[in-house]
Design a protein around this ligand. Structure first.
Ligand code: NAD
Length: 444
């Protein structure tokens, strides 16, 4: 198996590549940023502080199993097209592998391994009984018809069916997939098993066994972590300002819930650009505007600004909620927020982390900050297994309990060890995974 991201890639002017495939130049060499390399650096920094048995560290750090398949899919014109697809199970030490399925043209094995690994640590930080997994298909879902997407999804399940199951590996939506893809996934699995198995995926439509509160869960988790961080730093949220990069599921809901707590958003961006109003942007109205216009640009009372103005805004809270590798060693010094609440996975590189720490910026790491989604996925799986569904306020109450407990656990380790919240988050997660590995032993 070769890792294609190791190949140097030439730099194109105005390239529209996603940041996960960003290029760094070192002494005339062009080296792509390996997202999995970033996770390993984060892991190593925490492992060093923990001073634990290095052979156990080697065991829990590497992905357990990476599967690559080439899927033949019948297109609407009758031709067949091949699609490369991945499923990585990083760990099943604490429970079944858990993690989303991404449809995107830039998906690579490196990225899927990184995302699977983050899932292991994320599930451990919020203390839910899952390991980590992730899947991806190299495709542009916007260029496929509904029928093509359905056939692609069903073939993905069929070709790796032995990996999946409510006690084995439980996918969920990610970038480019949603409840509809999960419904096809569940149906294909159920047809092959000849029985109903709703717990094989989460993020399903409510009528198929999805959980109330799942759609809002990640944004709600971002709000809860930010609220706890503000309490810790003695920042009064009703006087606080904020900026959000990315106004999709995570960014818009996180911003709406913080706006409800009195936070003033001065900067918002999405893929089309960035808007600014020093007096504050009404987030409820912006969400309605986005639904109507499909873009935030032109929202009344705001002016369009450079996209990076969002990252460098002088605000109390910055929420990167779009892409990986947006805060790097090249721009981290320009970040002026007091709290960085990582809604996205991997928005800050390890080098940038050091700069933010030096500048005394409180980073709520992704494995904690955006863990609300997987937490409610766990609740969905539990509800599927008991066959009884909770009202939304019950889901939200349980989510709050889990997120606040996780935040406090990480904060305590951070204070005790004089570690950043990122390193402390990894320390909490690693200790929990090591604990079960030591009790189970390594079968060899
Ligand atoms: P989404 O597709 O709903 O929204 C993404 C947003 O980012 C959109 O507003 C898009 O316009 C914007 N965007 C894209 N490129 C941009 C750019 N260059 N500059 C500024 N904005 C840009 O996706 P989402 O579900 O909100 O996920 C966002 C991030 O959160 C991803 O990193 C994802 O892995 C992570 N995440 C999501 C969940 C979840 O439950 N949805 C859970 C955990 C982590």
């Amino acid at each position: 198996m070769t890792n294609s991201t190791k190949k140097p890639v030439s730099v194109k002017k105005n390239s529209k590549r996603r940041h996960s495939r960003s290029i760094v130049s070192r002494k005339n060499l062009t080296i792509p940023i390996s997202v999995f390399g970033n996770v390993m650096k984060q892991f190593d920094a925490a492992a060093k502080k923990l001073k634990m048995d290095s052979s156990i560290m080697d065991f829990i750090k590497m992905p357990r199993r990476s599967t690559i398949v080439n899927l033949p899919v019948r297109m609407d014109d009758g031709s067949f097209k091949m699609f490369k697809a991945y499923r990585v199970q990083h760990s099943i030490a604490r429970g079944p592998a858990k993690g989303g399925l991404r449809y995107h043209p830039d998906v690579t094995l490196d990225e899927v391994q990184a995302l699977a690994s983050w899932m292991t640590w994320k599930c451990a930080v919020v203390n839910i009984p899952f390991g980590g997994g992730k899947g991806g298909v190299v495709c542009d879902p916007n260029k496929l018809s509904e029928g093509e997407l359905e056939r692609l999804t069903r073939r993905y399940v069929a070709d790796m069916i032995e990996l999946f199951g409510p006690d084995d590996d439980i996918p969920a939506p990610d970038v480019g997939t949603g409840p509809k893809v999960m419904a096809w996934f569940m149906d294909t699995y159920a047809m092959r098993e000849n029985r109903s198995v709703p717990g094989v995926v989460t993020g399903k439509p409510i009528s198929l066994g999805g959980s109330l509160g799942r759609v809002e869960a990640t944004g709600r988790g971002v709000m809860l972590c930010t609220r706890e961080a503000a309490k810790h730093l003695k920042i009064d949220l009703s006087q606080a300002t904020a900026a959000v990069q990315g106004f999709g599921n995570v960014g818009s809901i996180g911003a709406k819930l913080l706006h409800d707590l009195g936070v003033t958003f001065t900067h918002v961006s999405d893929v089309h650009g960035a808007i600014h109003n020093p007096k504050g942007i009404n987030i409820d109205d912006l969400i309605k505007y986005l639904h109507a216009k499909k873009s935030i640009i032109g929202f009344p009372g705001t002016k369009t600004v450079r996209p990076d103005a969002v990252l460098f805004a002088k605000v109390d809270i910055l929420i990167p909620a779009a892409l990986e590798n947006v805060i790097t060693e090249k721009n981290a010094d320009k970040v002026r927020a007091r709290i960085v609440a990582e809604g996205a996975n991997g928005p800050t590189t390890p080098e940038a982390d050091k700069i933010l720490a030096k500048n005394n910026i409180f980073v709520i790491p992704d494995i904690l900050c955006n863990a609300g989604g997987v937490t409610v996925s766990y609740f969905e799986w539990v509800q599927n297994r008991i066959g009884y569904f909770w009202p939304e306020d019950e889901v939200n109450r349980r989510l709050e309990e889990k997120m606040v407990a996780a935040f406090q656990d990480v904060l305590e380790v951070s204070k005790k060890n004089r570690a950043t919240m990122r390193i402390a988050g990894f320390m909490v997660a690693i200790m929990r995974v090591v604990d079960v590995v030591e009790q189970r032993g390594i079968y060899s």
